[in-house]
Design a binder for this molecule. Sequence first.
Ligand code: IPM
Ligand code: MG
Length: 382
Amino acid sequence: MNYSIAVVPGDGIGPEVTAPALEVLDAFGDAYGIVFKYVELEAGGKAIDSTGEPLPKETLETAKQCDALLLGAVGGPRWETLPGRLRPERALLGLRAGLGVFANLRPAVLLPQLRSACPVKDEALIAGNSEGKPGFDLLIVRELTGGIYFGERGRSADGNSAWDTETYSRAEIERVLRTGFAAAASRRKKLCVVDKANVLESSRLWREVAQEAAKDHPDIETSYLYVDNAAMQLIRAPGQFDVIVTSNLFGDILSDEASVLTGSIGMLASASLGSPTDPLAKNGRPMGMYEPIHGSAPDIAGQDIANPLAAILSTAMLLRYSFGLEKEAAAVEAAVNAVLDAGLRTRDIASRGSGGATEKIVGTKAMGEAVLKALETAPAAI
Ligand code: IPM
Ligand code: MG
């Protein structure tokens, strides 16, 4: 088997966390005769420095030809004073829109090993959890190519007022809901639509479309929450959630909130998927873009302290969604679990309270190597 993967290591800690993620992929390649061909591309700050624009045309065009895209992170203080359309973040938006990856899956799970890195009390972690044990396992499905991120924006002639608009079409809402319902069907069969339908017209359309779609999914328990309440419920009782489907902006905010509950934003992977019937779909599978959600963290870049696990877990999602390699994806997840079981921690996921004695703080490279070793020493899992 031969797969081509576009790789954008990007800025800040991006290259440091991408390197071990690619080594993990190679471990599968070597063991099972799968050839992953990497096509390294520039986007974000690095591309601004070398070409003057955040998303060179060639990067997008080449990414479209590949089977999937793996991205580290883009952005940094160096480019913060540039005007909006020239900022590194534009590269992300351009890739998302250009590749048509409208459904962003952001799983947030509390791994028992990281319990002490999670800032909320047992009481909250038990509330709403049907198993009565502290924990949660939720999936945020964030709409990624519409809404206020892509709506009309501008400034008045005198510069004293500005606007951004939230626009959603029925079709855009329907397709991301479809992804959400499919995910819920393979999980605990609960779906919560998060909106602000008490105020926003676009949210009222979301709710209308969701209520219609829910009729086609009687096996899924569908509920609705206003985003302010959802933000509160996530802290009060995260275990009540299975799948959350929401707009681009609300999903951006809620997924950062959820990441803190998992112990660290350094643990959260993401997959952004298009439609399996889109022209960019490969072998009947949707186009996919995979990235850790943590961003470029320029303050810790180059120090070998960043957590590579979110990037590594993003490759697990890549194997699963772009290549259908479910067993291999599960093996990567098991390897991550094993290194955490062994007590290895990057700084961000080290214990806040008791339990520190059994932990060993390691750097980015050592963490990556430990995951590789766990993969290699457990070939049966693969
Ligand atoms: C994310 C990030 C991006 C977003 C930024 C960097 C543009 O926060 O992927 O969540 O807002 O989508
Ligand atoms: Mg964000």
